[in-house]
Ligand binder design. Structure first.
Ligand SMILES: C[S@@+](CC[C@H](N)C(=O)[O-])C[C@H]1O[C@@H](n2cnc3c(N)ncnc32)[C@H](O)[C@@H]1O
Length: 253
């Protein structure tokens, strides 16, 4: 049954992290049933193309949830320092309960409120997997990401975007109502979060609009890369970079 008009906005302005708190104990089981979920996160982590396994670099996993995207970063960047941040205490508790190397740590904060002080200084890259669509003010969240990155720092948004394609919208609706919503209800006893997921993806930016939003936030080298499987055309990696600091006067790269 379609969500009532305005339900997505209402959810984002308050209830989304409460719903994630409630979903936290079953979240890992649910995503394990989604073929490609972890592989695709690793693909987006690799697409940051950080050198030397991330040696000497600091990477932010914004909206880290129960740590699936953190694990993808930890595997693809075996030498990076990784900081996972999430607004849901329940999701973060599930992440913290797992075993992590010393170079991984977690911070409880809303993306919109995150400061350099939370992180102990700037970062070299941000992965935000399935976060931006959930933020009440995506432009603010992107501005925060940019403010936390060093010049030349990289961004990978791993996100659903179907608005540009009728075929993608139809596949997404079919998958949600035949699999995601029934499975979510079976595992958690409630379906609100999964109906919200369906509706919020339909209402979120198309790929061209999201690239434009990233450019407006001051990122350059913005592009979209596809993912594989049933998610092709539905889930994507959006890449961008904070422009390099200008060199001394008269010097051009
Ligand atoms: C769909 S989960 C994705 C988790 C993880 N990145 C992954 O790939 O499995 C989205 C996460 O974003 C978090 N979140 C939503 N809005 C947020 C916000 N404004 N600031 C920080 N975290 C937020 C939720 O609590 C949730 O854990």
């Amino acid at each position: 049954m379609p969500a009532r008009p305005g339900a997505v906005r209402d959810m984002k302005t308050g209830a989304v992290t409460d719903e994630f708190d409630a979903a936290a104990p079953s979240y890992d089981r649910l995503v394990a049933a989604n073929p490609g979920y972890h592989r695709h996160l690793r693909m987006s982590a690799r697409r940051l193309r950080l050198p030397r396994g991330g040696e000497g670099l600091r990477v932010l996993d914004l909206g880290c949830g129960t740590g699936a995207s953190t694990a993808a970063l930890a595997r693809e960047l075996p030498r990076a320092e990784i900081i996972g941040v999430d607004a849901s205490a329940g999701m973060l508790a599930a992440a913290r309960a797992k075993r992590w190397p010393d170079r991984v740590r977690f911070v409880h904060a809303r993306a919109e409120d995150l400061t350099l002080a939370h992180l102990g200084g700037p970062v070299d890259a941000v992965l935000a997997a399935y976060l931006l669509r959930n933020c009440p003010d995506p432009d603010r969240a992107l501005a925060v990401m940019r403010s936390l990155l060093r010049p030349g720092g990289r961004v990978a948004l791993h996100e659903y975007s179907v608005a540009d394609s009728a075929a993608a919208r139809a596949v997404w609706t079919a998958v949600c109502w035949s699999v995601v919503i029934p499975a979510g209800r079976a595992l958690t006893g409630r379906a609100d979060l999964y109906r919200y997921l369906w509706r919020s993806v339909l209402e979120f930016d198309g790929a061209a609009a999201l690239r434009e939003r990233m450019r407006a936030a001051g990122l350059d080298l913005v592009r979209t890369l596809p993912l594989t499987g049933w998610q092709r055309g539905i889930t994507h990696t959006f890449l961008g970079r904070v422009p390099e600091a200008p060199g001394p006067a008269g010097e051009h790269a």
